[in-house]
Ligand binder design. Structure first.
Ligand SMILES: [Zn+2]
Length: 230
């Protein structure tokens, strides 16, 4: 198997792994993997990741995204991945997901601080918010570009999903997983803090808070419970 074929198969394997863990669903989300200094492999657009083959994976020139191998159109978020891989030579793999809990945090529009410990290595010191722009637009790429830092490995994309990267496919998957756990912790803390506010709120507000928190707690419970074991 040639070097390119191996990388394309690695993209397929990553998509299957992330789908089985509940981070990619259907055709949502996408992945890019650096082949060498000039070329990247990217998931094709609108393809079910559980039936995709290595031949479906697109090989593109990083400099101008010219197609080199593959017959399917590349993911609409190719520009997003290429911007990260171009700006960060240390990054080998870039993953965009609509993973359930971190995407809920992406709706809140607040950056996540990363506590001391191993998460700092996979995620960096904080997970910034990239302002909203429609999928697949140069506007979204420009917004991400403003948030690129050498020590930032994950981003919340407002009202959309997340982007994670790493120096290897394993590190990028670890960032996806750690971000989901951090997001879950953050939402649980929000619910606990809201419960304290509840105690002093007027009864009408208290009912609304209780209802919202119960809904959020149910969503976290379901998302956590339904994810298959790694
Ligand atoms: Zn998306």
């Amino acid at each position: 198997m040639s070097g390119t074929a191996l990388v394309r198969q690695t993209v397929v394997d990553l998509c299957v792994e992330l789908s089985l863990r509940g981070y990619l669903a259907g055709t949502g989300g996408n992945i890019a993997l650096r082949i060498d200094a000039e070329r990247i492999a990217v998931t094709p657009s609108a393809t079910d990741y559980l039936t995709m083959t290595a031949a479906d994976v697109c090989v593109l020139r990083l400099a101008d995204l010219a197609p080199l191998e593959g017959t399917k159109p590349p993911s609409v978020e190719t520009g997003l991945h290429a911007r990260v891989l171009h700006a960060r030579p240390d990054v080998q793999c870039s993953i965009h997901t609509h993973q359930p809990i971190a995407s809920a945090c992406a709706l809140l529009g607040q950056p996540l601080e990363v506590p001391d410990g191993p998460w700092r290595q996979s995620l960096g010191r904080s997970v910034p918010v990239v302002g909203y722009a429609p999928s697949g637009t140069s506007w979204l790429v420009a917004r991400l570009a403003r948030s690129l830092r050498p020590d930032t490995h994950a981003w919340l994309m407002l009202n959309h999903g997340v982007l994670c990267c790493g120096p290897s496919p394993e590190a990028a998957v670890q960032a996806v997983e750690d971000l989901e756990t951090l997001a879950c912790m953050h939402l649980r803390q929000r619910i606990a803090a809201r419960a304290e506010v509840d105690a002093t709120a007027d009864p009408a507000q208290r009912d609304v808070f209780a209802w919202l928190d119960a809904e959020l707690a149910d969503a976290i419970h379901l998302a956590t419970k339904n994810r298959p074991a790694p």
